[in-house]
Design a protein around this ligand. Structure first.
Ligand code: CA
Length: 224
């Protein structure tokens, strides 16, 4: 999943971008409101975290612009503690949630997860496929009740494939969710990650390839 963070405070922006990356999300971090708005004109995200006070264009104007053109991307607005008016306006014009500064990183991450979950219409982050249980919140994958440890990128690639629910995803669609602008590792990297997942989940999951169409995931034949 890919998120856009719009925050001009260097310290806070870096802290939240880093903690989201540690969760395995692809993160683009913008410090300038007008530049963020121009990126949003062509790049779609799974969620947006936006500060209210920004150079050139404030967070409220960015949110207003999104909603005005019918973009329903979930938005978490960051506000100053005392700025009740900002929170009311943000919610009124279509913010999904807000968080007053300063906040605890764990609460921030929990709200981001809730936002992403609601956007996808899921009550929990547990997906059962064949013998495997995938828990996106706890970040745990188990096969036959044995926990598998997966590096972040492999975990999120598995999540992207599982959430596609059998629909084919091509490499561009996968890369768009897995990488940010700074880490655009290209189609070969996806092949490498797919190969690793196939090896680790041999006999449990099948990742099908259709030339020109992409990848889809399903339980292995002997795992049903
Ligand atoms: Ca600010």
């Amino acid at each position: 999943m890919r998120l856009l963070v719009i925050e001009d405070d260097e310290h806070l922006g870096r802290a939240i971008a880093d903690c989201l990356r540690q969760e395995g999300y692809a993160i683009d971090w913008e410090r300038n409101g007008a530049e963020a708005a121009s990126i949003l004109a062509f790049q779609s995200y799974d969620a947006i975290v936006v500060d209210v006070g920004l150079p050139d264009l404030d967070g409220i104007a960015i949110l207003r612009g999104l909603r005005a053109r019918g973009d329903r991307t979930p938005v978490l607005v960051l506000t100053a503690r005392a700025a009740v008016d900002d929170r009311v306006v943000a919610l009124d014009i279509g913010a999904d949630d807000y968080l007053a500064k300063p906040f605890d990183v764990r609460e921030f991450l929990a709200r981001c997860r809730a936002l992403l979950r609601r956007a996808k219409g899921e009550a929990s982050d547990r997906i059962v496929i064949g013998r495997m249980v995938f828990d996106g919140i706890a970040k745990i994958v188990t096969v036959d009740n044995t926990q598998m440890l997966l590096p972040n990128r492999e975990f999120r690639l598995l999540e992207i494939l599982l959430r596609s629910k059998g629909r084919m995803l091509d490499k561009d669609q996968i890369a768009d969710q897995l990488f940010d602008f700074d880490h655009d590792a290209g189609p070969n990297a996806i092949e490498v990650y797919i190969a690793r997942l196939r090896k680790k989940f041999a006999g449990v999951l099948t990742i099908r390839t259709a030339r020109g169409l992409g990848y889809a995931i399903e339980p292995a034949d002997d795992a049903a």
